[in-house]
Ligand binder design. Structure first.
Ligand code: SF4
Length: 144
């Protein structure tokens, strides 16, 4: 388990407002923030995702893959999650947005530095930004 519990208290969005902590649904799973909300600015979305990932790292053992049987993509064509350059990823992202383990999946892909495909509804370009943001926030949390 990762010791990142302080991160959720120190992360803020780019507008300077402290983001609400990640919430859990009645089934105990994280409730992912909808893509594009709030505000719609990319940096804000990345900040919100970084906060969700930090919260997941602090409270879940994503490396156990216990979340995997609940994945919405089980049985889906894997190829849609690995589009070629220039191909649309809308179908994959739509499945991910309905997935009850979206944050666990995204967190796993960030921790394992997965460079290909759509994970948690997020493509590699955004995951790169997310890793940087997470790394910065974790450094700040450790030195605070
Ligand atoms: S978030 Fe997407 S890729 Fe990840 S387990 Fe769910 S459906 Fe599959």
């Amino acid at each position: 388990m990762y010791e990142l519990t302080d991160v959720t208290d120190t992360m803020s969005d780019d507008a300077g407002a402290v983001l609400a902590p990640p919430s859990r649904g009645s089934d105990g799973r994280f409730v992912a923030r909808p893509e594009g909300a709030p505000g719609g600015r990319r940096a804000e979305r990345v900040g919100a995702l970084a906060r969700d990932v930090a919260g997941c790292l602090a409270t879940s053992d994503v490396m156990s893959l216990e979340w995997r049987p609940a994945a919405a993509c089980l049985g889906a064509d894997p190829e849609i999650f690995f589009p070629e350059r220039g191909q649309a990823s809308d179908r994959a992202k739509a499945i991910c947005l309905s997935c009850p383990v979206r944050i666990e999946c995204l967190t796993w892909s960030v921790v394992t530095c997965e460079r290909q495909g759509i994970w948690g509804g997020v493509a590699e370009r955004t995951r790169r930004s997310l890793r940087r943001r997470l790394s910065t926030e974790l450094s700040l949390a450790r030195t605070a």
